[in-house]
Design a binder for this molecule. Structure first.
Ligand code: TYM
Length: 372
């Protein structure tokens, strides 16, 4: 029995990422691959160096194409169901690094259609509103306006629909059931939706009228969609998109809790005030003992600590500093309160700068957004 579950719409339990690689049939990111990126770009982002991006499909093939002088495009996305949290921006930070390092064009999909058919609470107006809010976060991360196209499915449907139909005709209900676990109570909007998520993997080829390799960075929850995309791609005359997949930034409430927009304390949102962010961090689940005395004697456990994970995954790029934090924690020299404050300062610094760029993005939407 597996004690965890990962689908595009639900992530539960204590995830064993090695098992997930086996279950999904993806490839692990190994040191050889990382060295190859290093030799091509001269720099490797900490998210790759630390194997937070831990899994892939055909990333080696993308690198081979690039080594032969062929360009590739990037494609990623967001389902606008609420405000952006720090987990969402993890793959986007990495996507921005890839755009800079490899000089790629980026296609960014906002699936307002998906979140409308998925969520009983959200109206179409809500998901359209969140597309706008989320687009501000994307722009704030600094993507190159000359090379980045952001679009929502509802406003770009005229262009996308005929290609989505081509996908839909090739995917049976029994495949969709097997891949996503749909049953007779699933609404038909959700059953069709995966065709819309496939289309941007082909848009670079469609727009440039030649076959262009595409790399999709995301967390591993999106893999089921792209298994379908990869199945149909060659039949439609395109390359199979390559995938590079990350682990999840955990919930601040601890290993078995889900990070979710409905649980405000589980995540830090890009629109949180410094006060809100600090409070969430100071209340977060740690690997500390129940009393200071016990902690001094036994030390803490960074492997289950959300504060340490936030530092490891996103906020402390310096390996030496990170090792020192780990050592002090495990030896009982450091108390959780100090670590929390250390992370809180880093998060607040990030949020302040991000929020300024997010505000400025309100006047820059036209540089990035495309619609029919
Ligand atoms: P969505 O909005 O659920 O998530 C947006 C992106 O964030 C990733 N993600 C996370 N990464 C790290 N830690 C977390 N806790 C975490 N939670 C979510 C997701 O994997 C995703 O990359 N259907 C998609 C939207 C979409 C898309 C795409 C995503 C359309 N085309 C192409 C990736 C690539 C969705 O609802 O994502």
């Amino acid at each position: 029995m597996t004690e965890f579950k990962v689908t595009p719409w639900n992530v539960e339990g204590d995830i064993d990422y090695n098992k997930l690689i086996e279950q999904f049939g993806t490839q692990p990111i190994d040191d050889k691959l990382i060295d190859r990126v290093k030799s091509l770009t001269g720099e490797v982002h900490p998210l790759l160096r630390r194997k937070i991006f831990f899994s892939h499909r055909d990333f080696d093939w993308i690198l081979s194409k690039y080594e032969k002088g062929e360009e590739f495009a990037l494609y990623t996305g967001r389902g606008p169901s609420g405000h952006t949290h720090l987990g969402h921006i993890l793959p986007w930070i990495f996507t921005k690094y890839l755009q800079d390092a490899f000089g790629c064009e980026l296609w960014f999909q906002l699936t307002d259609d998906e979140k409308f058919v998925l969520s009983p609470q959200l109206s179409i107006e809500d998901t359209i509103k969140y597309s706008y809010e989320n687009a501000l976060d994307i722009i704030a991360l600094g993507f190159d306006p000359k090379k980045t196209r952001i679009f929502s499915d509802i406003s770009y449907a005229k262009t996308m629909y005929k290609h989505a139909l081509q996908v839909a005709k090739k995917v049976t209900f029994s495949t969709a059931k097997a891949v996503f676990g749909f049953d007779n109570s699933t609404n038909i909007g959700l059953i069709f939706f995966t065709s819309m998520q496939s289309v941007p993997a082909f848009l670079p080829s469609i727009m440039h009228k030649k076959k262009i390799p595409v790399l999709i960075p995301s967390a591993i929850d999106q893999d089921p969609h792209f298994r379908i995309t990869r199945d149909v791609a060659e039949k439609m005359g395109y390359y199979k998109p390559a995938l590079i997949q990350s682990m999840f930034l955990p919930s601040l409430e601890g290993p078995n809790s889900k990070m979710s927009a409905s649980k405000q304390n589980s995540a830090i949102f890009t629109v949180d005030t410094p006060k809100q962010a600090r409070k969430k961090i100071m209340n977060a689940f740690t690997g500390g003992c129940s009393t200071l005395e016990e902690q001094r004697v036994k030390g803490g456990d960074p492997t289950v600590c959300t504060i340490y994970q936030y530092l490891y995954i996103l906020f402390e790029h310096d390996d030496e500093k990170l090792n020192e934090i780990k050592r002090r924690c495990m030896s009982g020299e450091e108390m959780c309160g100090n670590c929390k404050k250390y992370l809180a300062e880093k998060v607040v610094t990030f949020l302040k700068a991000h929020q300024e760029r997010r505000e400025a993005a309100k006047d820059r939407l036209d540089e990035f957004m495309i619609s029919d």
